[in-house]
Write a protein that binds this ligand. Structure first.
Ligand SMILES: Cc1cc2nc3c(=O)[nH]c(=O)nc-3n(C[C@H](O)[C@H](O)[C@H](O)COP(=O)(O)OP(=O)(O)OC[C@H]3O[C@@H](n4cnc5c(N)ncnc54)[C@H](O)[C@@H]3O)c2cc1C
Length: 467
């Protein structure tokens, strides 16, 4: 749709549809949809971000904020508006005296691993995929292979810099703008302003032990049954592990242990005795940096379309729920690869109160993520089948699960445009009211709104009005 928007108020690199790089620049990790923004601005510094916010506010231009491009539902893209891309904010300084780092919000997880790996002294409990942006991860929670040992990534965020709806720069931490600091740790990306930098408390890890186990697909019920009661409740919180079951028949578990290979073997022994793996466990001591490379290898493809959802689990799933999962995985639709992945919680993550940060689901035993991917984005039948498969499994597991992770966004849970605000409770549980109060304080005019944004208190969610 033609507009007479004036882009001269933008600074940084502006990309228009007529530019050579437009097609690459408008493409996110999930290639399911093609979005056609009116323009993109690649901010190089905080001032560019301030100028972008003032520019869109003055002209009433719809916009989205983007960093690492990994939103499952492409909430960082839109048609016919401006994309404010902050991936150029990549300055990073480590302060050894306080074991902290001040980092630009545009860093990817890979950039963080490189920065910390070079010290061979510090680590940070991020997720497991290289190109994911820390801006999205850190605003939603951040789960990964150090979660049981050190908690969520947000538990190590000590200060956040943000550009507000009026274009001002503020810092939020335990003593300054404390409610905003609370909300920015678990409230999800893009609700309150544009985050431009974080101060992170680093954790002292250089060496880890990684294990890998695999089983035959038929063993799923017994393997999962044991894992779900054992992995989240292990007294030794130095072990965090994941389990993946895929429609190609693979069933495998990997984990990171902060300790010795012998002790890890001892911890795994009862599980292996009950559920004999297809081959002996592989155990490998390595640097934390090398472990990030190892885990990244599981999902580093970026040439497919996908539909994914998730859920938190508080009690072990009953046998008939495990049977539903097995049935779903073994009857994946033609042309669609389906899988279910889970990661153990408990440990340091559960020691923090569900109200201490905006991440409510602290006491979950583990998290589920499931979905389908297909190679050819133009294959709409495969896309519909994958979406329906994901929906069906979510529905089948609904009575055994609680809410879902805001970083596993799923538009099936509602959206502003449909007037269904169920997503608020699903993502934030008991923290919804407090988040809406913070929204009212920092963005009363609802400048930062998108399909699943948090509405201010004055904009009550209602199916009738659509918010
Ligand atoms: C392959 C893959 C692997 C993943 N692995 C993990 C994992 O191991 N652990 C985990 O916790 N999560 C994981 N995730 C989920 C990930 O945390 C979310 O998708 C996250 O939102 C991605 O952030 P991004 O910056 O890359 O994405 P973007 O699409 O750029 O942004 C995501 C959301 O944050 C908003 N946003 C982005 N930057 C800013 C900013 N600077 N200020 C305000 N709002 C902003 C966007 O508007 C959007 O709503 C994974 C996702 C994928 C696709």
């Amino acid at each position: 749709m033609p507009h007479d928007w004036d882009w001269s108020c933008l600074t940084g690199k502006v990309v228009l549809p007529s530019d050579l790089s437009y097609n690459i620049d408008r493409t996110n990790y999930n290639i399911r949809y093609t979005r056609s923004p009116a323009a993109l601005v690649f901010c190089q510094n905080v001032e560019d971000v301030q100028n972008a916010v003032r520019c869109v506010s003055r002209q009433g231009i719809p916009f989205r904020v983007r960093s690492g491009r990994h939103s499952y539902e492409e909430l960082s893209l839109m048609d016919d508006g401006l994309i404010i891309d902050i991936s150029g904010l990549t300055t990073a300084t480590i302060h050894p005296s306080t074991a902290t780092a001040r980092v630009g919000a545009g860093l990817t997880q890979q950039a963080m691993w490189n920065l910390l790996g070079a010290t061979n002294e510090y680590a940070f409990p991020l997720g497991t995929m290289a190109s994911v942006g820390i801006a999205g991860v850190l605003q939603g929670g951040g789960i990964g292979m150090l979660t049981r040992a050190f908690g969520l990534a947000i538990d190590q965020v000590s200060s956040v810099q943000m550009v507000t709806a009026t274009g001002d720069v503020v810092e939020a931490n335990a003593t300054t703008n404390a409610e905003l600091y609370w909300a920015l740790r678990g409230g999800g990306g893009g609700n309150f302003g544009i985050v431009t930098a974080f101060t992170l408390q680093l954790v002292p890890v250089s060496q880890v032990v990684v294990y890998a186990l695999s089983w035959r697909a038929e063993q799923f019920p017994s393997v999962m049954s044991y894992w779900q009661s054992w992995a989240p409740t292990l007294g030794d919180t130095n072990l965090t592990c994941q389990l993946t079951f895929s429609s190609d028949g693979s069933l495998h578990s990997e984990g990171v242990y902060l300790g010795t290979p012998d002790r890890l073997r001892e911890l795994l022994q009862p599980w292996m005795a009950r559920c004999p793996p297809v081959s002996p466990v592989r155990l490998e001591p390595m640097s934390w940096y090398m472990s990030t490379i190892y885990f990244n290898s599981f999902d580093n493809q970026c040439d497919h379309a996908f539909k994914t959802s998730g859920a938190f689990v508080y009690q072990p799933l009953p046998d008939h729920a495990l049977a539903s999962i097995q049935q779903a995985i073994t009857s994946a639709p033609t042309g669609v690869s389906c899988d279910i992945w889970m990661q153990s919680f408990g440990g340091a993550m559960a020691e923090v109160s569900p109200a201490a940060t905006a991440f409510h689901y602290r006491k979950a035993q583990f998290i589920l993520e499931f979905g389908g991917s297909w190679q050819d984005r133009s294959n709409t039948a495969a896309g519909q089948s994958a979406a329906q498969w994901t929906r069906n499994l979510r529905t089948a597991l609904l009575e055994y699960t609680n809410g879902t992770y805001v970083n596993f966004v799923d538009l099936d849970l509602g959206s502003r445009s449909t007037g269904n605000f169920d997503y608020l409770n699903m993502y934030y549980g008991d923290n919804v009211a407090r988040l809406r109060a913070v929204k009212s304080e920092w963005d009363p005019a609802n400048v930062f709104q998108f399909e699943q944004s948090i509405p201010p208190q004055e904009d009550p969610p209602s199916r009738r009005t659509g918010g």
